[in-house]
Design a protein around this ligand. Structure first.
Ligand SMILES: [Zn+2]
Length: 304
């Protein structure tokens, strides 16, 4: 009896070792959110990626901040399954989500309409981009080995549903929230949403001239109405719908302060000098604040 018990204990102990070794293997930046749904979190404010395992292959959502990250995502996929990555979904076309597409050569890339034009435009505007990136470090140069520009193969308008290998993903285009082509990816069964970069965490977002605060708030409302359990933003620590609540509070306060100065007859330049958001002093990318003030000014009827 004693021998059997100790043998069982040994088996149990090795099972624990095997499972903990496996869990450690995925590293601290990979978290399982639901059955077959993983997030590969970026370092600091770097972009997040999703890994969705299906019966017919893997779906990757955004291919990482840069090709070093893309290769790390691919290594994570290989630890989880032997199946190939068949589909890549872009939550936005910017390089910090799309440069590493070439690391997933078997995948069909899907984006909202405008994603390809945005990527091609960025490529034309910065012809030395990849050479400059390779000069960052020998590791980056090695990760860029075999680089190829890969734009979306399929672009959808407004909405797209993907039923693939037993998983359902609902894609929704979000107008005017960050880029020319922003997509929220919702997994209704798993209650996980990859919410793109309309709202980022603990960071001032860059609001381009075509981005509007009402559009951002509408996107937050739309995603909150899905009632997700997990929210993976384009950048920043994944969490819950509190991400949208926090963003709404920030924009409400910004609009209140900009509005008060507009009422006092101040010019946009003066407003930019005078508006302070000390409650958000700890947020990153404070240099983007003028773009936020521009957007608040426009949302309140100001003409730029
Ligand atoms: Zn972006």
């Amino acid at each position: 009896m004693r021998r059997i018990t100790s043998a069982l204990l040994a088996i149990a102990a090795s099972a624990v070792l095997v499972s903990s070794a496996f869990a450690q293997d995925l590293g601290p930046r990979v978290k399982k959110l639901a059955d077959g749904v993983y997030v590969h979190t970026g370092n600091g404010f770097d972009s997040n990626s999703g890994i969705i395992l299906t019966d017919e292959g893997v779906i990757v959502i955004d291919t990482g901040q840069n090709p070093i990250e893309s290769r790390d995502i691919m290594a994570t996929v290989k630890k989880l399954t032997q199946m190939p990555v068949r589909i890549v979904i872009d939550t936005e076309p910017h390089g910090d989500h799309t440069t590493g597409h070439f690391v997933f050569p078997d995948a069909v890339v899907i984006a909202a309409a405008g994603g390809g034009d945005s990527m091609r435009g960025a490529e034309r505007a910065a012809p030395m981009r990849i050479q400059n990136m390779a000069a960052i470090s020998p590791q980056m140069k090695a990760a860029l080995e075999g680089y190829k520009f890969v734009a979306p193969h399929i672009e959808y308008r407004d909405k797209m549903t993907i039923n693939f290998g037993g998983k359902t993903l609902e894609l929704t285009y979000m107008k005017g929230v960050h880029s020319e082509s922003d997509t929220a990816v919702w997994l209704p069964k798993e209650r996980v949403v990859f919410s793109a970069s309309a709202f980022v965490v603990n960071q001032v977002n860059i609001l381009r001239p075509f981005v509007t605060i009402p559009d951002i708030l509408a996107a937050g409302k739309m995603i909150k109405a899905l009632n997700p359990e997990f929210v993976v933003p384009g950048h920043g620590t994944p969490g819950t719908t509190k991400i949208f609540d926090d963003g709404e509070k920030y924009y409400a306060l910004l609009m209140e302060r900009v509005g008060a100065l507009m009422k006092a007859g101040k010019s946009l330049d003066d407003i930019k000098k005078e508006v302070k958001m000390p409650e958000y002093a700890s947020w990153g990318s404070q240099d983007r604040m003028p773009t936020n003030i521009d957007a608040a000014y426009k949302a309140l009827g100001g003409k730029i």
